[in-house]
Design a protein around this ligand. Sequence first.
Ligand code: ADP
Ligand code: MG
Length: 280
Amino acid sequence: MGEVSLPARPQIAERQRRGAHPKPRLSAPPVRDNRDTVVEFRGVSKLYGPGGIGLELATFAVRRQEMVFLVGPTGSGKSTIMRLLIKELNPTDGRIRVAGRDLSDIERKKVPYYRRNVGVVFQDFKLLPTRTVYDNIAYALQVTGAPRKQIRATLPDILRLTGLSTKLHNYPHQLSGGEQQRVAVARAFASHPPLLLADEPTGNLDPETSIGIMQLLYRINRAGTTVIVASHDNEMVDRMRRRVIELKRGRIVRDEASGLYGAREENTDELGERLKRETS
Ligand SMILES: Nc1ncnc2c1ncn2[C@@H]1O[C@H](COP(=O)(O)OP(=O)(O)O)[C@@H](O)[C@H]1O
Ligand SMILES: [Mg+2]
């Protein structure tokens, strides 16, 4: 997506002027245009006590409107990256910037304000069990200080986008797992944050329901939000044809742009149809 429209990197442009062909690019390029960078990790390590390595010297950047998958086995550091991004953890070493802001500059009491810009979806949904679908989403907007009137005005759109229009009066226990996860996505996206994180969002769902959730995240991404998804479902991730960052024991071992760059972009329905075909 953004990849093809970015200006050529200076040294490549230089080589092209000299008539040499640039080498084929196997991994994602370093980001040079800071205005386009939403997330930047530079030499980030997180040690949990002696011997407990969460992340080791991770360097990567995510551009505006990218959809990126973090993959790797359990314990490889995916959730550590997510928790660092919402400043639930602080790095032992290195620097993390989100939208140009160094997270270490954010005072503890300002962290809740920072988090309003980052939507988060978890594997186990984390809905409020005693509130309806409507109230679960409304509550998320309320805590950002949105006035009631505005919440009433924006909620129908979010319910429609997430396919929950007929479920607004239901409580979480009256919903399927897939529907509960839709509520969680709706809640994370309600305030239209520029960055959305999803940590194993399909970990508790069957393959068909997982496709629906992936489609929803893809739709949100296409509407302009940067999306980072952690998953250990490698087959699903491959089928998504997006950038993949692979972790092993806290280290980035692969950072690969998708093979789709340059090809025509799929719309959300086309993606869903293809995922269904390729999953059966
Ligand atoms: N609270 C913690 N205390 C000690 N070690 C932890 C803690 N959280 C994670 N770790 C360790 O950090 C590594 C990465 O964990 P995590 O980021 O949760 O991996 P993933 O999400 O890929 O399964 C693992 O080895 C894990 O045991
Ligand atoms: Mg995890």
